[in-house]
Design a binder for this molecule. Structure first.
Ligand code: HEC
Length: 120
């Protein structure tokens, strides 16, 4: 059998190994104040998702449709409803680490992977 391919180099593996799992396994060190997050959001996210994540123009709302009763029950009652807001991102997530991972690899939509760890 002919030898095909080669083992990936450590640098190649490192470049692909960016997943952040449940309970933040794989999360790189970083931090940032809320005010910086607001600046990043307004500059890089709000044009598509709205100032409060409420926009339904480019993609369905990220925020909304959840109540304190849902949090107490551990289940979002409006997930089965057919009205607006539809299934928002925060309704679907069981772990905030998933949100971090998604934003880190996929957003902003027009320039994915352009945010620093602290900006994410
Ligand atoms: C140019 C428009 C645009 C910009 C700017 C943008 N997004 Fe998005 N965003 C989208 C679109 C379109 C989707 C759906 C992508 C898909 O499903 O493939 C999405 C999806 C998402 C989701 C996941 C929604 C879900 O339920 O699956 C999150 C979270 C999100 N964006 C956060 C952000 C954040 C944070 C920023 C800024 C750093 C940002 N987005 C900037 C267009 C944009």
């Amino acid at each position: 059998m002919a030898a095909i391919g080669r083992a990936a180099t450590p640098a190649e593996v490192k470049a692909w190994d960016i997943d952040v799992r449940a309970h933040f396994k794989g999360l790189p060190p970083g931090a940032g104040p809320v005010a910086q997050g607001q600046d990043v959001w307004e500059a890089r996210c709000a044009s598509c998702h709205g100032v409060f994540g409420e926009s339904n123009e480019v993609f369905t709302q990220l925020i909304g449709g959840m109540t304190k009763d849902d949090i107490a029950a551990g289940r979002v009652a409006s997930l089965t409803a057919t009205g607006v807001p539809h299934r928002t991102t925060l309704m679907k997530l069981s772990k905030v680490s998933t949100l971090w991972d998604y934003i880190h690899r996929a957003m902003p939509w027009d320039a994915p992977k352009s945010l620093t760890v602290n900006e994410v």
